[in-house]
Design a protein around this ligand. Structure first.
Ligand code: NAP
Length: 248
């Protein structure tokens, strides 16, 4: 239970809330009293379970289908949320990987990763900026250490996440004077479905390069998100906060 913050009377939109890091953020926001809307695409059962679980917490939680690879789907989401009042917080979390060496990536592998991870996040910010200007809210983009250091086999993914870091920096400069803060969280290796395909040996080898010698948990990233949304971080904007256990 996150008892540190009080987000009562606040509204958040979390993209890709059905699993992993997004799910952790939805739960903690709801525990802190925030009204949360989150999107899912394929994991409807998991999204419904999360909505049920959050009935035990203070903030109402609603799940919306949205395919972040399609502008039309985001437009529909925007129209639905118009009825709910301006949002205070936007957390762009939905993301995918299609890892292969560059010479093996086909056009779809490149475009889909850039579209969902980067272009869709920019488009959602563009749509919801008018809400955030009213509420003087806060945006978090979830990028990755891959966007800072680069990772072999992730040229498409690292490009999308590096782009997100640069987008955050630029947007924070546009919106700072309006009282809207924009930050990025760059996680290292976190235990979610995204990393569950790693072999035991690969995990063991990877942990050797992490100071804390383990993968992180979605809840640990979520705690950073709540800090960045809260007034405790009122003087932080345009930053990429690395949550990687000392990987880089
Ligand atoms: P995950 O467990 O695979 O969950 C991904 C989430 O994104 C799911 O809720 C999924 O929804 C949603 N999503 C994917 N494509 C979508 C689409 N087209 N439309 C709508 N929703 C979509 O991944 P995760 O590990 O939690 O990752 C969350 C974010 O953290 C991503 O941006 C990822 O790049 C970043 N990150 C993760 C790690 C890590 O080690 N796990 C490290 C660095 C950065 P459905 O299942 O409902 O389709």
């Amino acid at each position: 239970m996150n008892a540190t913050y009080n987000f009562e009377n606040k509204i958040a939109l979390v993209t890709g809330g059905s699993r992993g890091i997004g799910r952790g953020i939805v739960k903690q926001l709801s525990q802190a009293g925030c009204r949360v809307f989150f999107t899912y695409k394929n994991s409807k059962t998991s999204a419904d379970e999360l909505v049920d679980e959050c009935k035990n917490y203070k903030g109402d939680v609603t799940a919306y289908y949205c395919d972040h690879s399609k502008f039309d789907s985001i437009d529909e989401l925007y129209d639905l949320l118009q009825k709910e009042g301006p949002i205070d917080y936007l957390i762009n979390n939905a993301g995918i990987t299609k890892d292969k060496p560059l010479y093996k990536l086909n056009t779809e592998d490149i475009l889909s990763v850039l579209q969902i991870n980067l272009v869709s996040s920019i488009y959602i910010c563009k749509k919801f900026i008018r809400h955030l200007l009213v509420t003087k809210g806060s945006i978090i983009n979830i990028s990755s250490v891959a966007g800072i250091t680069g990772i072999a086999g992730q040229t498409n993914y690292a490009s999308s996440k590096g782009g997100l870091n640069a987008f955050t920096k630029s947007l924070s400069k546009e919106l700072g004077r309006s009282g809207v803060r924009v930050n990025t969280i760059a996680p290292g290796y976190i235990n979610t479905d995204m990393t569950s395909k790693f072999s035991k040996e690969h995990i063991k080898q990877t942990c050797k390069s992490i100071s804390l010698n383990r993968f992180g948990e979605a809840e640990e990233v979520a705690k950073t998100a709540l800090f960045l949304l809260s007034s405790e971080s009122a003087y932080i904007t345009g930053q990429t906060i690395i949550v990687d256990g000392g990987l880089i």
